[in-house]
Design a binder for this molecule. Structure first.
Ligand SMILES: NC(=O)c1ccc[n+]([C@@H]2O[C@H](COP(=O)([O-])OP(=O)(O)OC[C@H]3O[C@@H](n4cnc5c(N)ncnc54)[C@H](O)[C@@H]3O)[C@@H](O)[C@H]2O)c1
Ligand SMILES: O=C(O)[C@H](O)COP(=O)(O)O
Length: 709
């Protein structure tokens, strides 16, 4: 008779960790690789994965980071596995999203919330929050009959009430508009602590579930490390995320969201202000007047009309600068390797190569993000290719220019003037040759600093952070791709199924060579392009890893964590012969080269197999090893193999009843009449060791196992 003793788990029926399981990473045939993706490309259907290994995916993602900085094409969908990050530190409470019907939420999040809330909010150790009454899934048909529905609903309400008094904590580390603070306070405890030193930030962060910063706060690896796993969301109140270590965030399962749209116009207007102000020496002439001078001939400017402006980075800000410059009568060309030529053409802008842009321009305006590729993009070599007397505007990031090279170019006259809002080091040192240069007009990173933009950014980031803390889909995630709401809605029950199958499969392991190789088979009527399995894979990974480690796995870090542990997950599809509209007929999880504490779960191939499907929106276990069962995946499960004879259900039911363990479902599957059968029993509670012992003592029961979902 099997027990819960195994190299994976300690002798308690409560599963704990094992540290020796997983080793070698494998190969990847992930189809999601290397398409040069435009920023915020969210859902790449071509990324459908036939067989996918995490390590190459991670590299791929890094590649995207390097080239576009916005990253959203990478790994997989954040949301589900956020698993209501806030809850990981509030284990016994229910996230407040359960408190409000979806239609009472803020407009931006409402739509997504409806679809995402339930299946995407399980917790690290606790059970998935039970569905709300208005989203109660239908009962499973046929063999699976819920005995305890009323009680479950009551339990939900109790949980909801219990969750009301514990709030997550959000640290706001830089000045944020009042409207955003107000929104945050409706949901969280808000700690506004500005001008923290790096040490102070690290000290505080362990008490915070979310952190909101602008561009001045460096959120480096040490911040994530210091958080002790509590920090679940970093909100960048603005566009540029170069001050956040995205790699470290991902490794720590921390979502990074930004506010990509609210300051676009402000930044573009500032670019235009610098362009025009520089051309007419406004700042210098103003300073001269204030110094008591009247220098009309010294400050003769240059005209803009008819001049060529090269917009470097034709994204949101760049496009708006281009539009406005055309209104000023300028010829506008642009360079952006990822921008659409059609979109540019529609605006009357020609996309050209980097060299063409810089050599043809009278004015060059920089609007690309700071990445390893764009760092020091303007340098000695590139200045040498420019027209003599060119003028440079930089409202992007100081680091895209080699500042020493710019000083030289200004001194030599290659560059006639520069207007700079941003510097490599902010603020620049008091003796910065560049900031003090007479040909330079400088502002202290004011691009986003209008009243309107700051309010907009504050609201945008507050909604994103609150949404993420609630476990909702993050539509502005920068270290995880986003999923169209309709896809998410469709996949939701399958995601839950995948996680539970992973959880069951790994709990069946009792030794062998460690959980290194997992094969997932999706039976679907859909073609590969119509079914993106990344989210499913991430959740299966979560289900497999969490019961055997102390790692919090979510959609952000699932592939990374699998790779770290040497867990190779391969995926395959089989074509399901069905006319049904559902995306998946079944999901099968197999773990190779292991022993099982429940021998019936092992196939002839030596693999542990569990398989399930979604029935009426509810995940069901339908196969264990070679046995067919049919049990709804709620609560916990006892699997028994017994001699197929009358009275077995009653006998086990009695034992559980005597121990006050509620049975929610029972299902029996057999290979041959009166020979051997598998009984799957859904239980709401954790049976005592005594009860499990009694089940084991029933003569006809050959083996049994208790599994937590
Ligand atoms: N000064 C400020 O206060 C302020 C305000 C807003 C934005 N910004 C900066 O401006 C940048 C652009 O903001 P946005 O909202 O337009 O972002 P965006 O993502 O909409 O646009 C960035 C564009 O740069 C392009 N790009 C990427 N790599 C490139 C390369 N090597 N060469 C040319 N183009 C490249 C991208 O394809 C994209 O189209 C931000 O990253 C931020 O750093 C500064
Ligand atoms: O990237 C941005 O959004 C701008 O640089 C604004 O930065 P700020 O929030 O520090 O003003």
């Amino acid at each position: 008779m099997s027990t819960t003793n195994s190299p994976l788990f300690n002798s308690s029926p409560n599963l704990t960790r094992s540290s020796h399981l997983l080793h070698s990473p494998g190969q990847c045939t992930c189809a999601c690789r290397h398409a040069p993706i435009s920023p915020r490309t969210i859902y790449d259907r071509s990324a459908a994965v036939a067989s996918c290994e995490p390590d190459l995916i991670s590299q791929q993602h890094q590649h995207h980071h390097d080239h576009s900085s916005i990253i959203t094409t990478s790994s997989f969908f954040y949301k589900a596995a956020r698993l209501s990050p806030w809850k990981s530190h509030h284990q016994n409470s229910t996230p407040p999203y359960l408190l409000h019907p979806p239609d009472q939420r803020a407009p931006i999040t409402r739509k997504l919330t409806k679809m995402a809330a339930l299946a995407f909010s399980t917790t690290r150790f606790g059970a998935k929050p039970a569905p709300l009454p208005w989203k109660q899934p239908a009962l499973a048909p046929a063999f699976s009959v819920s005995l305890r529905r009323k009680e479950r609903e009551r339990a939900v309400r109790r949980l909801v009430v219990a969750g009301m008094d514990s709030k997550p904590t959000v640290l706001v580390a830089e000045k944020l508009g009042e409207a955003g603070i107000k929104l945050l306070k409706e949901f969280a405890n808000v700690d506004c602590a500005y001008n923290l030193s790096a040490e102070e930030l690290c000290a505080k962060i362990a008490l915070c579930d979310a952190l909101i910063v602008r561009s001045a706060t460096k959120v480096g690896r040490e911040v994530f490390a210091s958080s002790g796993g509590r920090l679940k969301v970093v909100g960048r109140a603005g566009v540029g995320i170069d001050n956040v270590d995205l790699g470290a965030a991902t490794e720590h399962g921390c979502l990074v969201v930004n506010a990509p749209t609210a300051n676009t116009v402000a930044a573009a207007e500032h670019g235009i202000a610098l362009l025009a102000g520089m051309a007419r020496n406004v700042a210098q002439a103003d300073a001269s007047i204030k110094a008591g001078k009247w220098e009309r001939s010294k400050y003769v400017g240059v005209s803009l009309v008819g001049k060529t402006l090269a917009v470097m980075g034709f994204g949101k800000v760049g496009s708006e600068v281009a539009r406005r410059s055309k209104g000023l009568g300028m010829q506008v060309i642009a360079h952006d390797p990822y921008a659409s030529a059609d979109r540019a053409r529609a605006m009357g802008v020609e996309l050209v190569s980097f060299d063409e842009a810089i050599s043809a321009a009278d004015f060059i305006s920089l609007h690309m993000p700071l990445t390893s590729t764009t760092s020091k993009m303007l340098n000695d070599d590139t200045f040498a290719k420019m027209k003599r007397g060119v003028r440079i505007i930089n409202v992007a990031r100081g680091g895209v220019i080699d500042e020493d090279a710019l000083v030289k170019a200004l001194d030599s006259g290659i560059v006639a003037q520069a207007a700079l809002d941003v510097f490599t080091k902010e603020p620049p040192s008091a003796d910065s040759q560049l900031a003090k240069h007479e040909k330079v007009t400088a502002t202290p990173h004011l691009g986003a600093s209008t009243m309107e933009a700051q309010e907009g950014v504050a609201i945008e980031i507050a909604e994103a952070v609150v949404g993420a803390l609630k476990g909702e889909l993050a539509s502005t995630a920068v270290n995880a791709p986003m999923v169209p709401a309709e896809v998410l809605s469709e996949l939701k029950p399958y995601v839950e199924l995948g996680e539970k199958l992973g959880r069951l499969a790994v709990q069946l392991v009792s030794g062998g060579s460690g959980v290194k190789s997992v094969k997932v088979t999706y039976a679907s009527t859909r073609g590969p392009d119509d079914l993106d399995t990344r989210l499913l894979r991430a959740m299966i990974t979560k289900g497999i890893i969490e019961p055997i480690s102390s790692i919090f796995v979510n959609i952000v870090n699932a592939d990374f964590t699998a790779k770290q542990r040497g867990l190779r997950i391969t995926e395959e599809r089989t074509h399901a012969d069905s006319s049904c509209e559902h995306p998946l007929e079944s999901i099968q999880v197999r773990i190779a080269d292991v022993n099982s504490k429940f021998a019936s779960a092992i196939l002839g191939s030596g693999e542990i197999r569990v398989q399930g499907r979604v029935k009426d929106g509810v995940p069901h276990l339908t196969k264990v090893g070679s046995f067919d069962v049919d049990v709804s995946l709620e609560g916990n499960i006892i699997l028994c193999r017994q001699v197929d004879q009358p009275g077995m259900i009653g006998r086990v039911g009695n034992i559980l009843g005597e121990e006050n363990v509620n049975v929610s479902f029972m299902s029996v599957g057999r290979l041959a009449l009166r020979k051997v059968a598998i009984m799957a029993i859904g239980v709401d509670d954790h049976p005592s060791t005594q009860a499990l012992k009694k089940i084991g003592e029933v003569l006809a029961i050959e083996e049994f196992v208790f599994l937590k979902l």
